[in-house]
Write a protein that binds this ligand. Structure first.
Ligand SMILES: C[S@@+](CC[C@H](N)C(=O)[O-])C[C@H]1O[C@@H](n2cnc3c(N)ncnc32)[C@H](O)[C@@H]1O
Length: 286
């Protein structure tokens, strides 16, 4: 059995690529029909009922993550932002419209890059402002210092070699450039079989980074860490919502097909409560 070096996951980039090439329709059917695929930051416990429907609270919380990442980022019309793991490109389009910035999105999945380019072709207002390329975060096809900002949502946990990915992000930033991203963390190294099966293996990831050791890795890559936010409670809220959303609908066949996914999402919530899984946002400069 091959041994794992620190910061290397057991999953390969080609497995991740095949997964994301195949599963777009499934996620659009309950997560976000528009194609976004990240978690949300909630103002209230989504089960308190104060926010209307679960779906609405979840999608509002996902938009709130975008707003929070944009706050104090300095992204404006003079910026050129790299959206690392842009998926279907929704956030790249939103970011360019919201700020006037140029945005370049890259993703490992060719299917998602095709979807992003299709959305872009329906957005003439963004012609020349936004571009998408199929590429890996560990081998960026850009010159040193090409970007003022690196932005990434719900992606880096998938990257098997996070150290190389961080050094690539550092390389393509201009001196003084800003990186803002969220990522999953592993609060403790020893996790239960349930968390291994339903959280780490199911999501095709592993990480050696806890909330705190992530900051050390960023410093090791050359970054100055400005701040970090532990968002783990919001990850649990997100999966509580997603469990409801996956199990909802009138079609009994669909409900049966999604029952296992809905259960797995509740195991994600347990893993957060058992401190076997975390979620954090970091802001740093080169
Ligand atoms: C959960 S989705 C998030 C997509 C998007 N950021 C969003 O918020 O909707 C994770 C994305 O990361 C991409 N990804 C995973 N590993 C990658 C890598 N090594 N390089 C580039 N993209 C990667 C996947 O293809 C997928 O589109």
């Amino acid at each position: 059995m091959p041994s794992r070096s620190p910061n290397q996951s057991r999953f390969s980039e080609s497995e991740t690529e095949a997964y994301y090439d195949a599963e777009d329709a499934l996620y659009r059917s309950f997560w976000d029909a528009e194609g976004s695929l990240h978690w949300g930051v909630f103002e209230n416990d989504p089960q308190s009922g104060q926010d209307g429907s679960i779906r609405e609270s979840f999608l509002t919380a996902c938009s709130r993550l975008n707003e929070i990442m944009l706050e104090n980022s300095g992204i404006g019309s003079d910026s050129h932002v790299l959206d690392l793991g842009c998926g279907n490109g929704n956030t790249s389009l939103w970011l360019s419209r919201a700020t006037g910035a140029r945005v370049t999105g890259i993703d490992l999945s060719g299917v998602r890059i095709d979807n992003a380019n299709e959305s872009l072709s329906g957005a003439p207002d963004l012609a020349g402002k936004v571009a998408f390329h199929k590429a890996s975060a560990t081998d960026l096809p850009f010159e040193d210092g090409a970007f003022t900002h690196v932005w990434s949502q719900a992606t880096i946990y998938h990257v098997p070699d996070k150290v190389t990915m961080l050094s690539e992000a550092y390389r393509v930033l201009k001196p003084g450039g800003f990186m803002v991203f969220d990522d999953l963390t592993k609060p403790k190294p020893d996790i239960s079989d349930e968390a291994r099966t339903y959280v780490y293996d199911r999501l095709l990831f592993d990480t050696d980074f806890s909330f705190h050791s992530y900051m050390a890795a960023l410093r090791e890559a050359g970054f100055k860490v400005l701040d970090a936010r532990d968002l783990s409670t919001h990850l649990a809220h997100s999966y509580t919502c997603l469990s409801h959303m996956a199990a909802s609908g009138d079609d009994p066949d669909r409900r049966e097909r999604f029952a296992a996914l809905s259960d797995a999402y509740l195991k994600m919530v347990n893993a957060v409560h058992n401190e076997e899984l975390g979620w954090a946002q970091y802001r740093c400069v080169k």
